[in-house]
Design a protein around this ligand. Structure first.
Ligand code: PGA
Length: 258
């Protein structure tokens, strides 16, 4: 059984005082609900706050990741952060290929693949984000779009590397819109991704966690996490509110049992 994973993508939000309160409240809530060992929880703050969040979370199982990395090693890349720097600042994971980066910051399939390679080489867990636009869904292209994104990102990786990935299915039309995929719509894509993973061996398919992301909130999380191939969530807006994020973590744990 795959352990549930809930990841909070803070996006470009946060300030020192607010981060402190949020992480402190999340940690206290996880302990109070007995979830600390039952659900893997990660937060992805803006990079400048990674050290702060690591310090607040010290001694706990809360993992900290980055929202992006540069595909190159250290060098003349003004404004970028290398995988080695993320490791150095205490990250264990990194989001790669989020649709906001694909749409606004030039993260093409090729660049996403290079970033996945750089993350793996440094020992970071890549959380590889995939998802179709509304036009693509309406045109019946959802499965072919996520297949192409997946194939491009894993081209050149060996089976051992692929088994270290986390996938996050995030339909672009559901991100930040309040409009979530139905549990059935999400499950269909997750099952498809599981089949693609199985192409690299049954162990890989059984091991790799596939998160759903896109307007997950305290009310809809439980129904999503009950689906067989949904192993947790990548949470944007609701990860900024400790109370909601904790309900989502609880739902991920219950979804595993159910
Ligand atoms: P949202 O964002 O939960 O605010 O829709 C999810 C994401 O972009 O990862």
């Amino acid at each position: 059984m795959r352990k549930a994973l809930v990841a909070g993508n803070w996006k470009m939000n946060g300030r020192v005082a607010r981060n402190d309160e949020l992480v402190t409240d999340v940690l206290a809530g996880l302990v109070e609900r007995g979830l600390m060992d039952r659900v893997d929880v990660m937060v992805f703050p803006p990079s400048v706050y990674i050290g702060q969040v690591k310090a607040v979370a010290r001694g706990s199982a809360l993992a900290v990741g980055a929202q992006n990395l540069c595909e190159f090693d250290d060098g003349a890349y003004t404004g970028e952060l290398s995988a080695g720097m993320l490791i150095d600042s205490g990250c264990s994971a990194v989001l790669i290929g989020h649709s906001e980066r694909r749409a606004m910051f030039g993260d093409s399939d090729q660049r996403v693949a290079a970033k996945v390679g750089a993350a793996l080489a440094a020992g970071l867990t890549p959380v590889l984000c995939l998802g179709e636009s509304l036009e693509q869904r309406d045109a019946g292209e959802t499965l072919s779009v996520v297949s192409a994104q997946f194939d491009a990102a894993v081209a050149g990786l060996d089976v051992a590397d692929i088994s270290r990935l986390v996938l996050a299915y995030e339909p672009v039309w559901a991100i930040g819109t309040g409009r979530t995929a139905s549990p059935e719509q999400a499950q269909e894509v997750h099952a498809h991704l599981r089949t693609l993973l199985a192409g690299f061996g049954r162990d890989v398919a059984e091991r790799v966690r596939i998160l759903y992301g896109g307007s997950v909130n305290a009310d809809n999380a439980a129904a999503l996490f009950e689906q067989q191939d949904i192993d947790g969530g990548l949470i944007g807006g609701a990860s900024l509110k400790a109370k909601d994020f904790l309900v989502i973590c609880q739902a991920a744990d219950t979804g595993r049992d159910g």
